[in-house]
Design a protein around this ligand. Structure first.
Ligand SMILES: [Ca+2]
Ligand SMILES: [Ca+2]
Ligand SMILES: [Ca+2]
Length: 597
């Protein structure tokens, strides 16, 4: 079996902190007629959890004891306590017992600045997702979100109320086929926590942690329905593909906070089966409306430093999971609305969401019934966009995958307005290679979704692939004098009026083949007939062995959201500049595919 090269895209945190919910706050009232189960951990690991959480006195994020007899509500009879785990040999074991879902203010909600930023972390008020502002119109009810991750503590008291019974699946050896894709190992060493399967629980809480249950915080879409797949556990492409298409008639959104490695600046292609799965999902998912695939832009914004001490950055377009049609690529901004140090630029980015930076992180759920305030990176921003999409689909279930992209782009909020990277885009919008169309705005997106006139799904999508060009031209090497700009090699193609039939572009793919002794020397641009520039690649130094550790642009596909709503007609120019002296090469061939209406 082929092994996928995937990496989680939260950032390592040397000293995770755990936030303890005040136990007393959750003792108030009420009964859930729908969800009679409550998770309790048991066994020797519980002591460890309490120690790590620093929550003495029996707190530790564990829900307060509730008399099972008062919690049955409309559900009727008593449910026998049941023990579940992630399979044989796991030291984490969970006991499900009957109890109420409480009501009351979530004690950690005030700390969740990404939902509503009042300046509580020293950031800028209003630099948030506008999520709380959207809840008056939508909370995601009825929309199924499939979280694909390492393991997901679906029995967490802040997740269980939203869990779809029996719809999750484990891919773990020894647990395969189980509906409990739970964390297996207790992992009390904070340095290696990411290796201990804590990632997926944090992600799930950001999407749809339960609101108004007097526990912890809330997700962006706090009444959406949770389905969990631990497909990354096996690291098999076949499992990831299976998860991306599983129950696609019912699961609307596939939330992924993982991607290609960010640590070397190199090109990392995804398996062909991945691209095929995405294509199938957008064509056939949700009865033809199309599955929604949300992925992170990556955290490689400063994977190394050059000799001057400046960051060397990866590019979101070097990640084979987000460089083509069908995935929503999500960037991050900090609590002041600025690009954090880890943010990767990319023409393929669509929108950002708030996440870590400036030493402030995201508060969400963690394993053993706890909470953490240190979740970070595009792992934490991506599930927020999945949550926004859930809010949109609850407001208008007829939206196609294309509608969802368009609404996200058109309603995004321009952050960091003084940043010089903003450029005019079609339709009066602006685009930034750091921020896409800006920060997702939940309130505006829900409002736009309501009554939205659909552009259609995959069946109505126009595709225009122009004949491949093979110029075979040399790319002039960089001048010795760094003050003299390099002379780029350029090649153009012309699209005649009505040749494509696309008046409004939705996405662009460019396939480029160069021969070069060090492809990291190359800066690549695509210039549209409107003069809009997609910055496809910046020159860089890559880590790794071999003569060209960056990897050759050998039929490499770049994606671009930047030309949204531009017409196809006119002259498109590919421009390659060699910005570093010595290594040289040629532009052999390239092709252009436009998608739109
Ligand atoms: Ca809650
Ligand atoms: Ca990356
Ligand atoms: Ca060179």
């Amino acid at each position: 079996m082929q092994r996928s090269r995937v990496a989680f895209v939260s950032l390592p945190q040397p000293v995770p902190l755990t936030v303890c919910p005040p136990v007393s706050a959750s003792l108030s009232v009420s009964v859930s007629p729908r969800r009679p189960l409550r998770a309790l951990l048991r066994g020797t690991v519980l002591a460890g959890a309490l120690a790590m959480a620093g929550c003495g006195g029996g707190g530790g994020g564990t829900p307060p004891a509730v008399d099972p007899g008062t919690g049955s509500g409309g559900g009727g009879g008593t449910v026998e306590p049941k023990t579940v785990s992630a399979g044989p040999g796991c030291d984490l074991v969970y006991t499900l017992t009957q109890s109420a879902v409480l009501t009351g203010t979530d004690p950690l909600l005030a700390l969740q600045w990404h939902l509503r930023n009042s300046g509580q972390t020293g950031g800028t008020a209003g630099e948030d997702l506008r999520a709380v502002d959207a809840w008056g119109s939508s909370r995601g009810t009825g929309v199924r979100v499939a979280v694909i991750d390492d393991a997901i503590e679906v029995v967490h008291a802040d997740l269980l109320p939203n869990l779809v019974d029996g719809a999750s699946r484990s891919y773990r050896s020894g647990n395969r086929g189980s509906v409990w894709p739970l964390p297996c190992s207790s992992g009390t060493d904070p340095v290696t926590l990411e290796a201990k399967e804590v990632h997926g629980t944090a992600v799930a809480g950001i999407v749809l942690g339960r609101d108004d249950n007097a526990l912890g915080g809330a997700g962006v879409a706090p009444r959406a329905s949770l389905v969990a797949f631990d497909a990354l556990i096996s690291r098999q492409d076949a499992d990831i593909v299976d998860a991306l298409l599983r129950d696609s008639a019912l699961n609307a959104i596939y939330q992924n906070s993982w991607g290609a490695p960010d640590s070397d600046g190199a090109l990392h292609a995804a398996a062909p089966a991945f691209a095929a799965a995405i294509r199938t999902g957008i064509e056939t998912g949700r009865g033809g409306l199309g599955s929604i695939y949300v992925f992170p832009g990556g955290n490689g914004g400063c994977f190394a430093a050059d000799l001057s001490g400046n960051c060397v950055s990866d590019n979101a377009n070097f990640d084979g999971f987000v460089n083509r049609l069908g995935t929503i690529a999500v960037c991050a901004v900090d609590h002041a609305g600025r690009r954090p140090w880890y943010g990767e630029p990319g023409a393929n980015l669509l929108v950002c969401a708030p996440s870590s930076g400036d030493a402030k992180n995201v508060v969400t759920t963690t394993i053993r019934g706890g909470y953490r305030q240190d979740f970070s990176g595009t792992s934490a921003s991506t599930p927020q966009v999945s949550g926004v999409v859930a809010l949109m689909l609850a407001a208008n279930p007829s939206l196609t995958w294309r509608d969802v992209r368009l609404i996200l782009a058109k309603t995004a909020r321009r952050n960091d307005p003084a940043n010089p990277d903003w450029e005019p885009a079609a339709g009066g919008r602006v685009f930034s290679h750091q921020y896409g169309f800006g920060v997702a705005d939940a309130r505006a997106a829900v409002a736009a979704a309501t009554g939205w006139s659909s552009v259609g799904g995959s069946a109505q999508l126009k595709t225009c692939t122009l004949p491949e060009r093979a110029p075979g031209i040399a790319i002039p090497d960089a001048p010795t004098d760094p003050a003299i700009p390099p002379t780029p090699a350029t090649d153009s193609l012309n699209i005649a009026a009505n040749e494509c039939g696309i008046t409004q572009i939705e996405y662009v793919e460019v396939r480029v083949t160069t021969t070069h002794t060090y492809s990291g020397d190359l800066r690549i641009r695509l210039i549209s007939p409107q003069g809009a520039v997609s910055r496809l690649a910046e020159s860089r130094i890559c880590k790794g062995d071999g003569s060209d550790p960056c990897g050759a642009f050998d039929g490499w596909t770049f994606g671009s959201s930047r030309h949204l709503d531009e017409p196809a007609t006119g002259t498109w120019t590919l421009q390659l500049a060699d910005t570093v002296e010595l290594d040289t090469g040629r532009l052999e061939k390239w092709s252009l595919t436009l998608y739109g209406r």
